[in-house]
Design a protein around this ligand. Structure first.
Ligand code: KIV
Length: 279
């Protein structure tokens, strides 16, 4: 399993860090077998797995449940788990209590919190307690209402300056990495060059030290909405639908199950039921 030192070395060596979300045993297993560097059990699971309209309703119980499942699927990959909305904003003590649950009960290596300088104290208290923290700035989906929708952030000089200051505050508080979501490539480039810790982009261009994508987006499993920054590396949703339609047809026309999918018993046993051969 890669460590915090490895991620810092990757940045220094200019080797890109690959992160993908996974929320359960099979997806985490696939991610590990594909050789990704890190798995994020993102609260995006609220939308792509649980069917909510945003990440806001996701709870600690949801995150612990899914983190445990992903952990079982990826025993040798560094797992970061999202802290849900309002489980860390209230105070450093609240953040510490909930982060400890994600680590102890969920089994992740690190936690991710959305926000900038305003949550630096929370980050500091987790890092002091030995819990590695990943920051997340730019488009922060837990604040979708306050941001008036899923929009590109930091498009003005003032907003870009604030975003840079936020990332510097997170780094100073001890974050080991920061996710930059939906910001102009120039801003991501500036932040990436100014920080000693790695940046992981999603909708933030190629200058970041690594990239993260949502599992269901990358594989074409979430068709409700495909953001501009997503490349679908597979179209599993289309394939899954075709496969299930074929299954339904074969059940209905009697061609499934075939003899090779069925079990039988010896004639003598059958005779003990019917008193004669079944033939
Ligand atoms: O929840 C999530 O999947 C995330 C990524 C989009 C970075 O936070």
């Amino acid at each position: 399993m890669k460590t915090l030192v490895d991620f810092r070395r990757s940045k220094e060596a200019g080797e890109k860090i690959v992160m993908v979300t996974a929320y359960d045993y099979p997806s985490a297993r696939l991610a590990e077998e594909a050789g990704v560097d890190m798995i994020l059990v993102g609260d995006s699971l609220g939308m792509v797995v649980l069917g909510y309209d945003s990440t806001v309703p996701v709870t600690m119980a949801d995150m612990i449940h899914h983190t445990r499942a992903a952990r079982r699927g990826a025993k040798d990959t560094f797992v970061v788990s999202d802290m849900p909305f309002m489980t860390y904003q209230i105070s450093p003590a609240q953040a510490l209590e909930n982060a400890a649950r994600l680590v102890q009960e969920g089994g992740c290596e690190a936690v991710k919190l959305e926000g900038g300088a305003e949550i630096a104290e929370q980050v500091r208290s987790l890092v002091r307690a030995g819990i590695p923290v990943c920051g997340h700035v730019g488009l922060t989906p837990q604040s979708v209402t306050a941001l008036s929708g899923y929009k590109v952030q930091a498009r003005t000089a003032e907003a870009a300056r604030k975003l840079l200051d936020d990332t510097l505050a997170l780094e100073e508080a001890g974050a080991f990495m920061i996710v930059l979501e939906c910001i102009p490539v120039q801003v991501a480039d500036l932040v990436t060059r100014r920080l000693a810790i790695p940046t992981i982009g999603i909708g933030a261009g190629a200058a970041c030290d690594g990239q993260v994508l949502v599992f269901h987006d990358a594989l074409g499993l979430f068709e409700r909405f495909v953001p501009k920054f997503v490349r679908q590396f597979e179209t599993l949703g289309v394939k899954a639908k075709a496969g299930l339609a074929q299954y339904a047809q074969e059940v209905r026309d009697g061609s499934f199950p075939a003899p090779e999918h069925s079990f039988s018993m010896r004639d003598e046993e059958l005779r003990r039921i019917y008193g004669h051969s079944a033939e």
